[in-house]
Design a protein around this ligand. Structure first.
Ligand SMILES: NC(=O)C1=CN([C@@H]2O[C@H](COP(=O)(O)OP(=O)(O)OC[C@H]3O[C@@H](n4cnc5c(N)ncnc54)[C@H](O)[C@@H]3O)[C@@H](O)[C@H]2O)C=CC1
Ligand SMILES: O=C(O)C(=O)CO
Length: 394
């Protein structure tokens, strides 16, 4: 058993014990729990990634619910420990939950929450930033300036790619992929090609309408195409951004063979999960193709980078910050806390996890519901429909 970890306690006499494995931004999430008779314990240990043993120590003998992080390994061992402690709910403070073994949670009847929607635009904005930074070589140019190497304007200095009129490719056109596509199409007048298992109807309508608007104003219209295979996107697009979930079907989706099919001067952006790209193959491809550029927010073995990646001038690397805007991170904390609280209090599940705004309104009590439970079909909850008459907390 690991040594006891350091904690901060709020509302010590609360009836329900809720543990957060990390301090999270804002205080609304804490207040919402306290108002509903929860004792909130926040782990303040100076250790970025908690081990399974650390979390078992945090759960202790009595714990009603845990708010955890995507860096933690929520599998059989932790769900068994939470169940022994009387726990009913776990929520990731993340939309992605590839770190959670949902089957193990089901086995112990524990609800698993995630935090969709509140990070869509923030994450898409970072993907757009990386696309731009890669296209216009912003990081290389910044390093050059700071190194005192600039001695005057030159016709060939840091020449990059113009995005206007080029094709943006999106793999995984869900919430974030679609938001990114809209930004690139509207912001830079790029044409769209996308691949997803499902049709992105709203996105298609948006591009069609914007194309018509441009045409009516005497400009070249933008176009869209739903690709029948991922390879079609890789072959045709100039900038490709990855936004699928990480699962067995998307592990190493981008590998040596697929990199070879991409344009020599293409830009690849990844704000999904690191293992979607075979990072060793990527490093080799970057070495062989100096005009190929990448913008990476996520890595195969976080917090590490595969050997050679950090030396590549044609790679921009940032430390998994795509959802890091204040509003989003505070909102993620709120949704995660309300997922756990909802299950503890026996509230139903919100009908539409794509519309979580009512939970984020700081000027009103949130609905009496769990915003997003991914195993709701297995964990028994009452059905709950999103409507104007939705019950609100007193
Ligand atoms: N870097 C970061 O900080 C962040 C990363 N993420 C990652 O982004 C992912 C996507 O988030 P959302 O857009 O909210 O989820 P979403 O569920 O709305 O979108 C995921 C899309 O991927 C598609 N998909 C699944 N398997 C596929 C396959 N084999 N090929 C092509 N498409 C496939 C789905 O049909 C869906 O449309 C999350 O699961 C998470 O891992 C999310 C937020 C922040
Ligand atoms: O939400 C997620 O899935 C993240 O990666 C962090 O925002």
């Amino acid at each position: 058993m690991a040594k006891p970890v350091s904690i901060e306690v709020w509302n010590p006499n609360g009836k329900y014990r809720v543990v957060s494995t990390k301090p999270m931004p804002g205080t609304r999430w804490i207040n919402l729990l306290i108002e509903q008779d929860c004792r909130v314990e926040i782990c303040t240990q100076k250790k970025t990634i908690l081990s399974v043993e650390d979390i078992i120590a945090l759960i202790g003998d009595k714990c009603d619910g845990v708010i955890g992080q995507l860096t933690e390994d929520w599998g059989e061992t932790l769900f068994a420990a939470l169940s022994r402690a009387g726990g009913k709910a776990f929520s990731n403070m993340a939309v992605g939950y590839n770190n959670v073994d949902v089957n193990a949670a089901n086995k112990y009847g524990i609800a698993v929450g995630n935090t969709p929607g509140v990070l869509t635009e923030t994450t898409a904005e970072l993907a757009a930033s990386l696309s731009l930074a890669a296209a216009r070589r912003i990081v290389e140019a910044d390093e050059f300036m700071r190194a005192g190497l600039y001695d005057g304007w030159l016709p060939n200095l840091f020449v990059g790619n113009l995005l206007k009129g080029q094709t943006v490719g999106v793999i995984g056109a869900g919430r974030i992929g679609s938001a990114y596509a809209r930004m690139m199409v509207e912001g830079f007048k790029m044409n769209l090609i996308y691949y997803d298992l499902y049709q992105a109807t709203r996105l298609e309508k948006f591009v069609t309408a914007y194309g018509q608007f441009l045409k009516a104003n005497g400009e070249q219209p933008v176009t869209w195409k739903r690709a029948s295979s991922m390879d079609e996107v890789l072959r045709e697009a100039d900038v490709i951004s990855l936004h699928p979930v990480l699962d067995k079907t998307t592990y190493h989706l981008i590998n040596k063979e697929r990199l070879a099919t991409m344009k020599k001067e293409a830009i690849l952006v990844n704000c999904s999960r690191g293992p979607v790209i075979d990072e060793v193959a990527l490093v080799e491809h970057l070495k062989q193709n100096p005009m190929f550029r990448v913008g990476l927010d996520v890595f195969e073995d976080e917090p590490y980078m595969k050997p050679g990646l950090s030396e590549m001038k044609n790679a921009i690397v940032v430390p998994h910050i795509a959802s890091a805007s204040k509003w989003t991170r505070e909102g993620m904390a709120t949704l995660a806390a309300l997922n756990v609280l909802g299950k503890i209090k026996g509230y139903p599940i919100w009908g539409n996890p794509n519309q979580v705004e009512p939970f984020l309104n700081e000027n009103a009590q949130p609905p009496a519901a769990s915003p997003s439970i991914v195993n709701s079909k297995v964990c028994r909850f009452q059905g709950f429909k999103l409507s104007a008459a939705s019950p609100h907390r007193a």
